[in-house]
Design a protein around this ligand. Structure first.
Ligand code: F6P
Length: 557
C-alpha cells in the first residue's frame, strides 16, 4: 500500500492558499458580473439537480481543487476501491459497498470469488423472505401474519435502515410497520414493544459482528419478552420445544457472523449474511436493509439499489469538471482546510428525511474523524468536520440565527424535492410550495445577505441597524430531486458516501476503520462490575470515575 501523499506539500495546495488569501467573498458581485454563474455551476447526477453556485468558489478555485485531487492520486484510489483492493488498510479489507448495488449481470472477481454472484444470492433470499412476510405466507406461532417488524441493531445496523424506512414511509405496505430498537437504555426496548402483539411481531437482529453489547442485550430482552408473553397468554405451551419454534418464527438475523447467530438460538436458515468488506455505516444496501425490503417490497428495494448504482457510475466515470461527488468533496476540503470551517450543516426540506442528518453523522464522522493517515503517520491538516442538521423549516426557528449572523462559517447543504408525497392545500395555498419558498429563500438570504444601507433604507431605528444586517457570503449547496423515491434516497446516500471518500483520500486517511470507538467499549466492560457493587473494581478506577460511581450507588433506588 502506497504512502499517502501529504496534500499540503502539493503545488495545488499552495495555489489554493494563494487563491484563498486573495479571495474577497462577494456572491452578490459574482452573480452580477456573470449572469451564467448559476447555470455554469449547476450539475445533474442521476435524478439529483445540484446547484453549487452559491459557494465561495470561482473557476480558478475549482481548477486548483481538481489539481489537488489529481496530485493526491484520487482517481487511482477510487479505482482501487471499486476493483476491490484492500484500501481499508488497518483492517486489511476491501471496501466494496459499491458491489452491493451492481446489477446481476455484472461480474467482479475479488480474491477468486465473484462477489456479484454472492451479493445477488443473498438478495434473492432476502427478497423471497420479504415477499413471504408481505403476503402473509410467513406466519407467527399462532398462524397469524406479521404486522410489525422490530429491527434490533445499533450504528450502521440501525441508522441506515431507520433513516431509509422513515424516508420511504409513503412506499410501505399498508398494515406493516417497522420499529427500531438501538439504545441499551432499557427504556428503548421496553417502550418499543409495550403495545405490540407478540403473535404478529417479527424481530430482526442486525449486527455485522454479532458481538455488539447493545444489540445482543436488546435481542435477549426482546426474546424474553416474546416468550414470556406467548406463554402468559397461552399462545404457546410452556415447553422448550414450543419456545424454540416461537424463536424460529419470530426471530431472524442479519450478520457476517452466521456461527454466532446460531449460538444465539436463531436458525441459520433464517439468517441473511453479508461480508467483512461492507463497513457497518455503508451497509444499508446489504441484508441490513431487510426491514426496508419488507416495508417497501423487493421492487422498491431494487429501485433503491439502482439509485446508488447510478451515482456510483457517475462518480467512477464522469469527467472531473462535472463529477458531483468529487466537486462536493473538494468543496468540503476548501472550507475545512482553507476557511477553518469546523462543521457542516445538512438541512433537508423534506420531513421524511428527518433522520438523514443523524445517518450522515455516522457515515462522515466515523469515517473521517481520524488523526493519523493510513500509514500510521499523523495527519498534516484538519480532518473530519462535524455534520449536523434538522429538517427545514424547524431548524429555521432554532439554530439558523447562528448560520446567518454568527461568527462561524458553516457551509450548508439544502435538500428538497419538487413533488411532495402529500400535495395538500391550505385554502387555495399549495402548502408544499410555501415550504419550498422557505428552502429557496434561505439560501438566497445566506448568500446575498442584507447590507447596512438596505436596513437603513427601511427606516430602521439607528440603534438596532447593525443587529439587522446580514453579512451574506455564507456558502450553501442546493440539492433537488423530482420526488423522494427509493432511487433518489439511494442516490443521496451514494452521493454522500463518495463525498466522504474524496475527503478521506485528500487527507490520506483510512475512512473505513473505526478504532476510535473501541476504548470506550472496553472501559464500559471494565467499569461494569464497579457499577454492580464490586468494591475492588471500583478502587481501580480514576478518582473522578470512583466519585461518580459512588454517587450513583448511593443515589439509585
Ligand atoms: O462501535 C461502532 C460500530 O462498530 C459501528 O461501526 C457499527 O456500525 C456499529 O458499531 C454496530 O456494529 P455491529 O453491526 O457489528 O453490531
Amino acid at each position: 500500500m502506497k504512502t499517502p501523499v501529504d496534500p499540503t506539500t502539493t503545488e495545488a495546495w499552495s495555489d489554493l492558499q494563494t487563491l484563498k488569501n486573495a479571495l474577497v467573498p462577494d456572491l452578490r458581485g459574482w452573480f452580477e458580473a456573470d449572469p451564467h454563474r448559476a447555470e455554469e455551476l449547476t450539475f445533474d447526477v442521476a435524478d439529483l439537480h445540484v446547484d453549487l453556485s452559491k459557494n465561495l468558489i470561482n473557476e480558478d478555485i475549482i481548477a486548483a481543487l481538481l489539481r489537488l485531487a489529481d496530485q493526491v492520486g484520487l482517481a487511482e484510489r477510487r479505482e482501487a476501491m471499486f476493483s476491490g483492493e484492500r484500501i481499508n488498510v488497518t483492517e486489511n479489507r476491501s471496501v466494496l459497498h459499491t458491489a452491493l448495488r451492481l446489477p446481476a449481470d455484472a461480474t467482479l472477481v475479488v480474491d477468486g470469488q465473484d462477489v456479484v454472484a454472492d451479493v445477488h444470492a443473498v438478495q434473492d433470499k432476502m427478497f423471497a423472505f420479504a415477499d413471504k412476510v408481505r403476503s402473509g405466507e410467513w406466519k407467527g406461532v399462532t398462524g397469524k401474519p406479521i404486522s410489525t417488524v422490530v429491527n434490533i441493531g445499533i450504528g450502521g445496523s440501525d441508522l441506515g435502515p431507520v433513516m431509509v424506512y422513515e424516508a420511504l414511509i409513503p412506499y410501505k405496505q399498508d398494515g406493516l410497520t417497522c420499529r427500531f430498537v438501538s439504545n441499551i437504555d432499557p427504556s428503548d426496548v421496553t417502550e418499543k414493544v409495550a403495545d405490540l402483539d407478540p403473535t404478529t411481531t417479527l424481530f430482526i437482529v442486525a449486527s455485522k459482528t454479532f458481538t455488539t453489547l447493545e444489540t445482543l442485550t436488546n435481542a435477549r430482552m426482546a426474546r424474553e419478552w416474546l416468550l414470556a408473553k406467548l406463554v402468559e397468554t397461552g399462545a404457546i405451551e410452556d415447553t422448550d420445544e414450543a419456545r424454540k419454534d416461537a424463536i424460529a418464527k419470530h426471530f431472524v438475523a442479519v450478520s457476517t457472523a452466521l456461527d454466532k447467530v446460531a449460538d444465539f438460538g436463531i436458525d441459520p436458515v433464517n439468517a441473511f449474511g453479508f461480508w467483512d468488506w461492507v463497513g457497518g455505516r455503508y451497509s444499508v444496501d446489504s441484508a441490513v436493509g431487510l426491514p426496508v425490503a419488507i416495508a417497501i417490497g423487493p421492487d422498491g428495494f431494487r429501485d433503491f439499489l439502482a439509485g446508488f448504482h447510478a451515482v456510483d457510475t457517475h462518480f467512477r466515470t464522469q469527467d472531473p469538471e462535472s463529477n458531483v461527488p468529487l466537486l462536493m468533496g473538494l468543496l468540503n476540503i476548501w472550507y475545512v482546510n482553507f476557511f477553518h470551517a469546523h462543521s457542516h450543516a445538512v438541512l433537508p426540506y423534506a420531513q421524511y428525511l428527518h433522520r438523514f442528518p443523524a445517518y450522515l453523522q455516522q457515515l462522515t464522522m466515523e469515517s473521517n474523524g481520524k488523526s493519523v493517515r493510513w500509514d500510521g503517520s499523523p495527519v498534516t491538516t484538519d480532518t473530519g468536520e462535524i455534520f449536523w442538521g434538522e429538517p427545514g423549516t424547524n431548524g429555521q426557528h432554532a439554530f439558523y440565527q447562528l448560520i446567518h449572523q454568527g461568527t462561524r462559517l458553516i457551509p450548508a447543504d439544502f435538500i428538497a424535492v419538487a413533488n411532495p408525497a402529500h400535495p395538500v392545500k391550505d385554502g387555495d395555498t399549495d402548502v408544499h410550495g410555501l415550504f419550498l419558498a422557505n428552502f429557496f429563500a434561505q439560501t438566497a438570504a445566506l448568500a446575498f445577505g442584507k447590507t447596512i444601507e438596505e436596513v437603513r433604507a427601511e427606516g430602521t431605528d439607528e440603534a438596532i441597524v447593525t443587529a439587522r444586517v446580514f453579512p451574506g457570503n455564507r456558502p450553501t449547496t442546493s440539492i433537488m430531486a423530482q420526488a423522494l423515491t427509493p432511487s433518489v434516497v439511494g442516490q443521496l446516500i451514494a452521493l454522500y458516501e463518495h463525498i466522504t471518500f474524496v475527503q478521506g483520500i485528500v487527507w490520506g486517511i483510512d475512512s473505513f476503520d473505526q478504532w476510535g470507538v473501541e476504548l470506550g467499549k472496553k472501559l464500559a466492560l471494565e467499569i461494569a462490575p464497579a457499577v454492580f457493587g464490586d468494591a475492588e473494581a471500583l478502587a481501580k478506577q480514576d478518582p473522578s470515575t470512583q466519585s461518580l460511581v459512588s454517587w450513583y450507588l448511593e443515589t439509585r433506588g
